[in-house]
Structure formats: C-alpha cells, structure tokens
Design a binder for this molecule. Sequence first.
Ligand code: ASP
Length: 418
Amino acid sequence: MKSKTHYVVLLLIMVGMLAGGVCGWAFGPKMMGVKFLGDIFLNALKMMIVPLVVASMITGVASLGDIRRLGRTGLVTIAYYGITTGVAVGIGIVLANVIQPGAGFTPVVTELPEMVGKETYTVVDVIVNMIPSNFFEAAVETNVLPLIIVSLVFGGILTTLGKKGEPVIKFFAGLNAAILKLVYLVMMFAPVGVFALVATKLGAAGGGEAFWQELWKLGKYAFTVLSGLTLHAFIVLPLLLMLLGRRNPLKYIFNMLAAFATSFSTASSAATLPVTMRAVEKRNKVSEEAASFVLPLGATINMDGTALYEAIAAIFIAQMYGIDLSPAHQLVIFFTATLAAVGAAAIPEAGLVTMVMVLTSVGLPVEGIGSILAIDWFLDRCRTTVNVWGDSVGAAAVDRLVIRAKTESETRLSEAPG
Ligand code: ASP
C-alpha cells in the first residue's frame, strides 16, 4: 500500500473501531441493522484463508530450499511457540493464584452453548485430526491444521522434483502474491467492516449498560485475564522481539495496527491471517520465507492469549466451586492449557470448546463454563489480538535467527577470499 494511503486507511480503521464501540454502546441491539456490512468484510477475509494458507505454506517451504533448512526453521518455530505459550500459561497460573478471582463467587447456572461439551477433545484427537481423510473436505470446512500439514509435505516434495516441480512452485508463488494484493483491496473496506463488527457485537450484547453490568459481575475474573494479557503483550513479547528479532517494538506494533483492529473486530486469528501476513511482510519487512511459514502455522497452533485465559478460567472455576487444586493439579493444568490452545481452532470462542479438556483433566465441573460465558465474547477479542501479536513476533524472531543468519553466513562464505 502506498504509504500515504496506508496511513489514511489505518486512521479510518481506528476511527471505525472507536465509532463502532460508541454506537454499539449507545444504540444497543438497534445496531444490528449494519450487521451485513460486517458480514461482507468477514466473508472477504474468510474467503482468502484456504488459498492463502495452502499457497503460502507451499511457497514458504519451497523457498527454504533444502530440507535441512526446513528442519532448522521448523525447530526454531516450534521452540518459540512452545516457550512463549508456556510463559503465557505460567503468567495465567501465577495471577489466578495471587488474585484469587473465583473466591466468594457464586456459580452461575446457564445452559452451555451447543458447541461446548459436544466434542470431547483428547490429545490423541488433536493429533489424528492433523491428517485429513479428504483434502477438499478440510478446505471446505476451513480446517486449517490438516491443510498446513499437507501443504508442508507437498511443498517439501516439490523441491525434490527439480525442473518438473518448478512450474508448480511458481504457480503457488503467484497465487500467494495475488492474494496478498487482494488483501490490499479488502482493507479499503476495513474501516466500515470493523465499525459494523464492533457495533453489532456490542449491540447484540445489549449495549453499554448490559456490557458494564456483565463486566462488573465478573470483574475480578476479567481483570485477571486482562492483566495477564497485558503483561504478556506489553512486556514478554516486546522483550522477545528486541532480543530475538532485534526489532524496535514500538515501530513493529505500529505497523501491525491494522491486523490488531481486524483481530479485535473478528475474534478470529484465521480471518485475520491475510492482514497479519501483509503487515508482517510488507510493512515490517520480515522475509517471505519466514512469514509464509511461521504465520499460517502460528495462527493455527500458537495461541498465547488463549493458553493464558484457559489456565485462569480453569483455576477460577475451581476456586468458585471451592475445589482445592494441588501443585500437581496445577501442573496438569499447565500442560493441558498449552495443548488446549494448540487444539483450539482459530475462530471465535474456540477456546471455550477446548476448555472442556482442561477442566476434565483435573476433574473440574464442565458446567463451570456457564459462569464465564457472559463476558467471553469480549475477552475472546482481547486474547485473539494477543494470539496474533505472538505470531507476528515469532515471524520476526525466526526471520533473524534462521533465515537472515543463514543468508549472512552464505554471503560471508561467498565473499571470503580464496
Ligand atoms: N478466537 C481465538 C482465535 O481465533 C481462539 C479462542 O481463544 O477462542 O485466536
């Protein structure tokens, strides 16, 4: 995007988000009239997910070239994801124990939404679901993880085919570039889309007064989750960005603002992916090799905000029911919350579904979820934004640790005398 246009659109997106909040607050359910505008924006973003994931993963893997480089990139990426998610869960567990949000809270009895509890997730399910029995079915359902696995293997195979593989790689590289251009067009509509999404969500929740009441009721719980997210987003991740990525966090965050507005208004890392990729590659100048590999994978399995929230919610539910959690139980929560975040789909409120796994692993009542439902739509938007931020920092870290390090050492070698 030409710089000037970019800033104007960014400003309009921020104004749209603010105006959406104010209108949703003031006019409540009446704002449902503009819902279709949000749907148009959301559809446009969702439409790009499958081709973008497939094309960018294949291009990313193919551009890494030799398989050893893929191995190193993969290892650094997974290590980064594992460590940051672990830190996020750790922050959640410490805060929930210190603040004790559930102490003295009476459980709210509500019917759980259909999606919660229907599917019982085990670790084995998460792994089995990675291999699709039908590629197109996975695509139709936007089931991203299996698509990533297949594209990864497919891209790797293409690099071993020599001349025969080249046109196929070029095709996917072209597709990838075209979709990123398409994001540019869709973002022109983002100010209106973001406005409508925020206004209708707040409006559907009953407007400002109802929102305030919900927040007040669940104040201590929401405060704990928001404090954890703030610590992780403003201290842990910027530190990693400076140390591992050698980037200026303020500049990097500024360049990500359009993606953050999209994640906050859509509550979906997957729907935000096209915008994240564009911001990381085009604005923050992270190499295509790193961005196209790290970001689709990150949107699907790296969810720092979700992991942090899963841990706090589980401990909150235990405290609310007066159930004592031993250190061993908390350790189980540590691991299951991490896995629950990996297994959660990158769609709105998916964290609620995998929460069942965390609760049942330590024998906590699943009905406890009923008590946190009222405010979940709001916390979901905040944690999704932290999820996207975590992926973006990961792209910068992998870019510097693997891609640039390798290129620099290659240049040094080729420049060495003799
Ligand atoms: N909505 C989140 C995301 O897309 C997942 C969740 O925590 O519910 O990243």
